[in-house]
Design a binder for this molecule. Structure first.
Ligand SMILES: Cc1ncc(C[n+]2csc(CCOP(=O)(O)OP(=O)(O)O)c2C)c(N)n1
Length: 331
């Protein structure tokens, strides 16, 4: 299992796989940039926490998941949804509150559901993804289904009781679950190091007897390789793994919030340089697996699909007010 692998490390991954990872990260980035502009334009009704800077984590993990595998996500979940297969049209329409959104415009950013592709939901509450993914994995084990469940969560959530209960239960029952801590080093404006007796989350996993690894979360190859082995372990009945992916969000905690007073501009600039997309682009060009022109072409194609998705969402109908109580009461 790689630990702290960097983009300089040799990789056995093919050009096809690397380009797939590149495309996925660019799709997330371009979609998030569109959502940030849409939020500023008043098109999004509710919170919008972007994933800019953290794209390598969702991309490297979800690349190994099958449609029947499931993802439980957080308030910062657009990247997880896209990487699990929610089309940009349905994601953007959902944030715009339109009937064509994946949750029929009823949920917004905090309730992105698409069970058809295994996206079991984002959440406005910090921590529950860990317990829900553990519960889903328990179900797969009881039903003898060949499925894996993934919990994404932040460093802040690892201080929540759900983290400790979920990891312990998954360990004793050897559940097919992968815990992915996206350690972007801040919980809102609180530096993780200032609220953690031991800020190494991977060491906490070891306390529960779970194989746990700390990775460079901006290196998509490192995440891809670590997730591959962790998901294989889960499928083989060997139980859970914890991956702590050290990364950074380069936009504000949430769109419209201030982004000063709790971190230094130099720190943000340094992490912008470590952009996962920039790193993979440099790698592909240096290894002569793609030219800059080819990668530009891919970026333009993806931008066109995001532009089209934005137009689709903007022109989508609002939900019919007569359906307001649908899905609330069970018959
Ligand atoms: C149980 C709970 N406590 C507090 C909050 C308020 N809150 C919203 S986002 C957030 C920070 C979460 O930090 P982290 O888990 O590191 O995720 P990040 O935002 O960095 O991706 C907090 C405390 C909440 N939504 N739910």
């Amino acid at each position: 299992m790689p630990s702290g692998t960097t983009a300089e490390t040799a990789t056995r991954l093919s050009r096809d796989v690397l380009l797939r990872l590149f495309r996925q990260m660019v799709q997330i980035r371009r979609c998030e940039e569109q959502l940030a502009r849409s939020h500023a334009a008043g098109l999004i009704h509710g919170a919008c926490h972007t994933y800019v800077g953290e794209e390598a984590v969702a991309t490297g993990v979800c690349a190994h998941l099958r449609p029947e595998d499931t993802v439980l996500s957080t308030h910062r979940g657009h990247g997880h949804a896209l990487a699990k297969g929610v089309p940009p049209r349905e994601l953007i329409a959902e944030l715009f509150g339109r009937a064509n959104g994946c949750s029929h415009g009823r949920g917004g950013s905090m309730h992105i559901f698409s069970p058809e592709v295994g996206m079991l939901g984002t959440s406005g509450i910090v921590g529950p993804s860990i317990l829900m993914a553990t519960g889903a994995a328990y179900g797969y084990k009881l039903l003898k289904q060949d499925r894996v469940s993934v919990a994404f969560f932040g460093d802040g959530a690892s201080n929540n009781g759900a983290f400790h209960e979920g990891l312990n239960l998954a360990a004793i029952w050897k559940l097919p679950v992968l815990f992915v801590c996206e350690n972007n080093q801040y919980a809102t404006e609180v530096p993780f190091a200032s609220v953690a007796g031991n800020p190494n989350v991977a060491e906490r996993g070891k306390a529960y007897g779970i194989p746990s690894y700390r990775l460079d979360g901006n290196d998509v190859i490192a995440v891809y390789e670590a997730a591959e082995e962790a998901i294989r372990r889960a499928r083989d009945g060997k139980g859970p793994t914890l991956l702590e992916c050290v990364t950074y969000r380069t936009r504000a905690h949430s769109e419209g919030m201030r982004d000063t007073g709790y971190r230094r501009r130099e720190e943000v600039d340094a992490w912008r340089e470590k952009c996962p997309i920039k790193q993979l682009r440099a790698r592909l060009v240096a290894d002569r697996l793609a030219t800059g022109t080819e990668l530009d072409q891919i970026e333009s194609e993806i931008q066109a699909t995001i532009d089209e998705a934005f137009e689709f969402a903007k022109n989508s109908p609002w939900p019919d007010p007569a359906t307001v109580t649908d899905h609330i009461y069970s018959n």
